[in-house]
Design a protein around this ligand. Structure first.
Ligand code: SPV
Ligand code: MG
Length: 439
């Protein structure tokens, strides 16, 4: 029996996909029938080169196996077709002819070469103009998301990616930057997976010290500005969570808004930024009391997907590795959905050592790090240490501040704004059209 193989994500199924399936069926019918196998890319395979699909693999499978002409749907575990092709040895692979040029040309050639081994053939189907997943994606982004879908997204990312990358945002505009900024690296689209609502940068943006002065209501106003213009999952910096009685309200509020996770740190007393370390007085919470707070939060939450991540300050406060690991155990036992370990050392060694010990814990959950001081560490090194989430916690605000000071100085120095406009500013036309809907 002849076999045709089509690889696809089928997240936003459109007439272009159906046309390829239709052509495959026509081809099989013309040669006396056969099997039409769809290699449906897994969430992991898709996340390796672009954003996570809207629907998970099982949901996409239900749709595609009900499309007329499809006889079998199997998982394609990698972006690379070859492992499946070697296993199935199809007579034909069909794909839209757009892959003959650009970044996909190499992928196509590799498939042509592999198929030759058993006399198989690649057939390029004329691309269906006027519709594309890219356009549909943009339209969907404009529609936005719901709290339920956004909230669940962090866990899906953790299941699909080697490392989840999160970038700080402190107002609507910086939220848009994290939402929309992307680069192409070979044939992969690289973008941030989610947003960090930092207590440091949110306080600084409002010209307040990072001492827990902004109350939860004030912080929710900023959070809401960010929610309005983004669809990516959000991790909220909850400082120490406040008193247990307050913490349970915060958990419910964040869940209702579609935030995916809160991180709370095991400190008590007046909040001071961790990166001061022992230069200022900071007191660590008793692990049992902190565990109680985690438990109370877990009991208060309504959805399955909301995560309470416990942040351990033992290394910041020079209490040693043993204390850090013992606290990790206590917090996991109390129901924490993940651990954030923080360090202010310039080297990655301390975090690396913690990760090694942590990875051996039987009920290990995702491990989060914030490489602000050991900033030379690469995402690959973090992956190699088993770290699951990296938070770039303050970089957008740190980049914006000197840029604004330079523009201000330039105006003062020149007693006019020509130089500042030309040297430091975006074009007027660009700022007035930056946010859609201005015209
Ligand atoms: C924040 O971004 O507010 C954090 C990380 O809590 S740190 O500033 O390093 O403590
Ligand atoms: Mg903070």
């Amino acid at each position: 029996m002849k076999k045709v193989y089509i690889g696809m994500s089928a997240d936003l199924l459109h007439p272009g996909h159906l046309n390829i399936i239709h052509e495959a069926r026509k081809l099989l019918d013309s040669i006396g029938g056969g099997e039409l196998i769809v290699g449906l890319l897994t969430d992991k395979a898709i996340a390796s080169y672009k954003r996570l699909p809207y629907m998970n693999w099982e949901q996409r499978k239900i749709i595609i196996e009900n499309v007329k002409g499809v006889t079998q749907v199997i998982a394609q575990e990698t972006l690379d077709y070859v492992p499946n092709l070697l296993r199935i040895k199809p007579d034909y692979v069909l794909h839209g002819d757009d892959w003959k040029t650009g970044v996909q040309a190499k992928t196509r050639q590799r498939i042509v070469d592999v198929m030759k081994e058993w006399g198989g053939e690649v057939i390029d189907i004329p691309y269906t103009e006027g519709i594309s997943s890219t356009k549909l994606n943009k339209a969907l982004k404009d529609v936005g998301t719901t709290p339920e879908i956004r909230g669940a997204r962090l866990k899906r990312l953790l299941d699909s990616k080697d490392i989840v990358t999160i970038c700080e945002s402190h107002n609507g505009l910086s939220g848009l930057i994290v939402e929309n900024t992307s680069i192409m690296e070979e044939n992969r689209k690289i973008e941030f997976d989610g947003i960090w609502i930092s207590s440091l940068t949110q306080s600084a943006a409002q010209a307040k010290p990072d001492i827990g002065y902004l109350d939860t209501t004030t912080r929710m106003t900023t959070l809401n500005d960010i929610l309005e213009v983004t669809t990516k999952p959000i991790i909220y910096d909850g400082d120490n969570g406040g008193p247990q009685e307050h913490f349970i309200f915060t958990v419910k509020t964040l869940e209702r808004l579609g935030v995916s996770a809160i991180i709370i740190e095991d400190k008590i007393g007046l909040k001071k930024n961790s990166l001061f370390g022992t230069e200022v007085f900071q007191e660590q919470d008793n692990p049992e009391d902190f565990a109680e707070k985690i438990k109370a939060g877990k009991q208060a939450q309504v959805t399955d997907h909301f995560m309470i991540i416990a942040r351990i300050e033992s290394l910041i406060l020079e209490q040693g590795m043993e204390d850090a690991i013992s606290r990790a155990k206590t917090y996991l036992d109390a129901g924490a959905d993940g651990i954030m370990i923080h360090s202010r050392r310039k080297e990655f060694d301390e975090i690396k050592e913690f990760a090694k010990l942590y990875n051996q814990l039987p009920n290990r959950k995702p491990l989060v790090v914030v490489p602000s001081s050991y900033n030379q560490v690469t995402e690959q090194e973090l992956i190699d240490s088993g770290i699951n989430i990296v938070i770039y916690a303050n970089h957008l605000l740190r980049a914006a501040y000197p840029a604004m000071v330079n523009a201000a100085k330039s105006i003062l120095e020149h007693h006019r704004c020509k130089e500042a406009s030309e040297d430091f500013c975006m074009k007027i036309k660009d700022i007035i059209t930056l946010i859609p809907g201005a015209k």
